[in-house]
Design a protein around this ligand. Sequence first.
Ligand SMILES: *Cc1c(COP(=O)(O)O)cnc(C)c1O
Length: 339
Amino acid sequence: MNIVDLRSDTVTKPTEAMREAMARAEVGDDVFGEDPTVRALEERVADLFGHQAALFTPTGSMANVLAVRTLAGPGREVLCESSAHIARAELGAHAAYTGITMRTWTDPRGQIDLPAIQGLFAPDMGPFFVPTAAISVENTHNFAGGAVLPLSDLQELREYADAQGAKVHLDGARIWNAHVATGVPLADYGRIADVLAVCLSKGLGAPVGSLLAGAQDAIDESRIWRKRMGGGMRQAGILAAAGLHALDHHLERLADDHTHARLLAEACGVDPATVDTNIVVWEHPAAARIVDRAAAEGVRVALVGPTTVRLVTHLDLDKADAERAATVLARLAGDGDRQ
Ligand SMILES: *Cc1c(COP(=O)(O)O)cnc(C)c1O
């Protein structure tokens, strides 16, 4: 049985063409700064977002930890939405490695709530309170179902942060999806952030790899910290080549993933208007049973809460797969509460 795997957009496998690009990659020792393919990828991503420099990392979590630590040091805090990946899904890395604390606002769609941020913001008042160093936002927002943050909200946040002398971090693991869904140029998203992190291993379909982008000094410093954390990689051009190939061939097609996600949403009775990009969050009282039954029919979906199923579309899913999954899930949606 052909399995349709909707658990995450990280499950994709490199295409033949991507494997060929990886096999052909020119490489060198990147810890010596001598891997031309890694350098090409770093320059390309820096340019795309209008930043001076970028750094290739094995994971998005490492890119976020390196990025945030350029903005906030020990005993300082970062404000973020309460279901942000940096707060929930990086296993306390920012506290463990950087010594920062976080305070959060909550928005069910992962959006920027400027009044809430203003209420949380702590200026430096001497050795009494933890001062806010930076505000972090996630676009698209993973646990809020791939929701896009509107550019105007990001720009307003930027203005507020500037007025306070605070920095802005963008977790752009899926910024590619936001760009394709809205048509907002990547450089406009780049401009609102002092430093941002992006993933190649989600919708873009690379097997490994993320980057952070920012000012030259922040990236130089991050290169040292990457090595310190054990993230200095040698002939990493093999991996960077997958990223370059993905940017050439897999960016515009994210629109197909978004179409497939809306198709699945409709099948599950989820309002497609709530599906901005490639993630569908489906609330159903029989969520656990739906996950098991779908799996038995070759459709793998993720249980992410007692009554919450998550579906993520990606490169390894074509229209026929999406339609088959939609048929199975539509049937289970109706059955679910019956037994
Ligand atoms: C996937 C993801 C990351 C990074 O994840 P890794 O698995 O460490 O590569 C960071 N932020 C968001 C929003 C993500 O979805």
